[in-house]
Design a protein around this ligand. Structure first.
Ligand SMILES: C[S@@+](CC[C@H](N)C(=O)[O-])C[C@H]1O[C@@H](n2cnc3c(N)ncnc32)[C@H](O)[C@@H]1O
Length: 275
């Protein structure tokens, strides 16, 4: 990006304005001094030639002239990096300590991946649940919801096709049972697993989530880092409002709820239980 372009389009005051707007509307906190990635990503929006500068983008969002624009902004600035069996000890914990004790009554076991990105976390949950419960019980009793703010990653998740170079992230016994080859370079998740999954767009930074039924297990990993403490608190409180008694919450092992006033008690790194 040349200096001149930077002066015209991405000047410091405009960056500050958009930083505050992103915080207010998306709950995403971009630290001062960490704006270079933001600049690079916003540059793509400017290049589309729809807006003359960043202030015009802010005006559109503030005046709600274009509801799709906030969504595009969220897609541009969020990092969607994810992979199958990420933080594997969480899935081991689920298998050893949680699933053997879940009561399979008339209700479904409802699982939510609350920042699912392109679906790897949802399908890892599928594989682990199907393996532990047996395929028939899994198909009959489990419902998994994946939500994210980015429509682009949700489309990828729904499609369920991935590059073969990422297949080694899946342990061999799971690979055998739950995925199949599509082409030389790609594989897909088997249709029967996809049957229990639903993907929807949801901004975690909204005052009230719209669910009618309670969740038993919530995964919300590697997204809290983007939010400030009041936003993290309000998200955890909303999770609790939508969680069944004794429900489980998984965040990343690199994140913590330690300094937050929330109705979740610590169990083991990244794992919490509803108080
Ligand atoms: C780094 S990925 C984590 C994916 C997965 N949970 C994992 O741990 O591998 C973070 C995801 O959070 C999503 N995200 C960021 N802000 C969000 C928000 N306000 N509401 C919902 N999702 C959000 C991003 O779009 C991205 O897909």
């Amino acid at each position: 990006m040349s200096d001149q372009i930077e002066k015209v389009f991405l000047n410091q005051r405009a960056i500050q304005r958009i930083r505050l707007l992103i915080h207010k509307r998306l709950g995403i906190h971009i630290k001062e001094g960490k704006e270079s990635l933001l600049r690079q990503r916003l540059w793509k929006l400017i290049q589309s030639n729809e807006f003359k500068d960043l202030n015009e983008i802010c005006d559109h969002i503030e005046n709600e002239k274009d509801s799709g624009l906030l969504l595009r902004l969220a897609t541009l600035i969020s990092t969607n990096h994810t992979y199958f069996f990420r933080e594997k000890s969480h899935f081991d914990y689920l298998q050893k300590h949680i699933l053997p004790n879940v009561k399979m009554d008339s209700n479904k076991l409802r699982v939510w991946s609350a920042a699912s990105s392109s679906g790897e976390e949802v399908y890892t949950l599928c594989m682990v649940l199907a393996e532990s419960l047996g395929k028939d019980r899994f198909l009959e009793k489990v419902a998994i919801l994946g939500t994210d703010i980015s429509q682009r990653v949700l489309q990828k998740a729904e499609y369920g096709h991935y590059l073969k170079e990422n297949m080694s992230q899946i342990p061999p016994n799971y690979r055998l049972n739950y995925v199949e080859s599509v082409s030389k370079d790609t594989f897909c998740i088997k249709e029967e697993l996809k049957k229990v999954c639903l993907f929807r767009r949801l901004n975690l930074n909204m005052p009230r989530y719209p669910f009618k039924q309670k969740f038993h297990i919530i995964f919300c990993r590697n997204v809290f880092i983007y939010f400030d403490m009041p936003t993290q608190e309000s998200i955890c409180n909303e999770f609790a409002r939508h969680a069944a008694p004794d429900a489980w919450l998984f965040i990343s092992q690199t994140e913590t709820l330690r300094n937050l006033n929330v109705p979740w008690k610590y169990v083991t790194p990244g794992v919490y239980r509803k108080k």
